[in-house]
Design a protein around this ligand. Sequence first.
Ligand SMILES: Nc1ncnc2c1ncn2[C@@H]1O[C@H](COP(=O)(O)OP(=O)(O)OP(=O)(O)O)[C@@H](O)[C@H]1O
Length: 555
Amino acid sequence: MASGSYRNGAPKVSSKLDRPPSAGYSTPKPSTKSRQPAGPASGLRRSNSGSNSVKDDAGVPGRVRVAVRLRPRNVEEMEADVDFADCVELLPELKRLKLRKNNWDSETYEFDEILTEFASQKRVYEGVAKPVVESVLEGYNGTVMAYGQTGTGKTFTLGRLGEEDIAARGIMVRAMEDILAGVSPDADSVSVSYMQLYMETIQDLLVPTNDNIAIVEDPKTGDVSVPGATIVEIRDQSSFLELLRLGEAHRFAANTKLNTESSRSHAILMVHVRRSSKGRNDRENFPAENGNASPLVTSFRPPIVRKSKLVVVDLAGSERIDKSGSDGHTLEEAKSINLSLSALGKCINSLAENNAHVPFRDSKLTRLLRDSFGGTARTSLVVTIGPSPRHRGETASTIMFGQRAMKVENMVKLKEEFDYKSLCRRLDIELDKLIAENERQQKDFEDEVEKIRAEAQSRLAEADKTYMIALENEKAKYEEDYMESVKRLEEQLIANKQIISNDTIGAENHARNMENIPGEEVCRAFFLYTLFFFYLAFIDGIHSYDRSLFFHAFT
Ligand SMILES: Nc1ncnc2c1ncn2[C@@H]1O[C@H](COP(=O)(O)OP(=O)(O)OP(=O)(O)O)[C@@H](O)[C@H]1O
């Protein structure tokens, strides 16, 4: 049986320990350690969050974490009974491995994780990717990348869907499970792009006709994005698996001597996480004079969002052309893969040596990974190795790549922004509410005015009616009085005439009687009638009242 440290009993004594600084991912603490910031050529170790940023977070140092994973022996290797310990010896408890140079000399290297051929996919996820995923959920960018010789298990580690065996699920699937479980479906969003970098062109794995996608770098923040790639919002795990299946079907692969399904492109999965950060930094961002934010300020304060990105990179395998048997088109592919991997190696060397110039612009792969190495992301790298001593050189080179990557220190930054768009939407809703309320109050006011007017009109009509009735009664009373007076005068007249005719005594008496008739009674009638007449004329304006009546009593 091929094995690492267990095969020959106790671990061998190390002859050399190339030990990079050890740093974990747990809670980032502001470091007192001063690392020279890279010059403008690199421009990545200090990235500002842009004009929307809540605060200028200088970031905290976070070293690239590196794990080594050994692939179990395949059928061919079992038949050949290859002895892995002839090449590398794993010491997982010590997190070290020994690289045998020859029969009498070996070198020991320390890594963040040593994953033997027995390590389960779950164990690999938890050791390599879970801390990065957790920090992506907190608002930091993160990268998980697999590097290694062709056929050593990079796609197995990252991209296995685990449809037939749930335990075989790779890092991509497990990471999405944790992300979906960690976000709020109502307030947050998760979206995905899936691309491949093939022969120096970026192609959309979700919409393959969308090829030659451009890489855009923000000169201020150093942020790298690929806005031309399709972005699909993910709501559940099944839709994500569907996308991975679709992408896998479009990925370039070839049957080489070293791997029957060798990936001929670098696959890049980008998971964009947008989380609303509730009630944080309120005082810090909107301090009131007395230290308490007023309710008005609170209601119009832009919400804070954290935008982070998890990048999972399944690199194409490095290969020796003579060993992989590549020729024709496959040879061109292999050269392109090796060129981009060597550009990545050069960048990592420059960063590890703290050089002022890092040649990121040498290939599209390094341009894409700018934020992952020497940038603002938390980065975890798994280097995969095979058990065959036949590939000693490639294994050694992979291990050295991992060792140099461990020296790369990023400045991990939280990316918080004011969400002005969401504030605008909120204010629009608020404004609509105020307009509706104003219209309602206006209508209530008009209704009230109308009600008061109707009430006043009804009271006026009532008063008019009462007044007319009173007037009519008054008029009737005066008419009655008048008629009464006239009647009495007529009776008096008749009585007097009778007296005159009956009493023939003397003209003197008659004359005297006649003089007395109009006396007191006529004056009273005349006065009442005049009063009545002018009253009517004055009140009703009836000037055409029959004046003949006025004199009727005296004729
Ligand atoms: N840990 C493992 N356990 C069992 N089988 C594995 C493991 N790692 C890899 N394999 C198997 O080894 C073969 C090669 O793996 P894979 O295709 O993942 O390699 P790779 O590094 O992605 O290769 P390439 O760079 O050529 O794409 C596959 O058949 C895979 O199933």
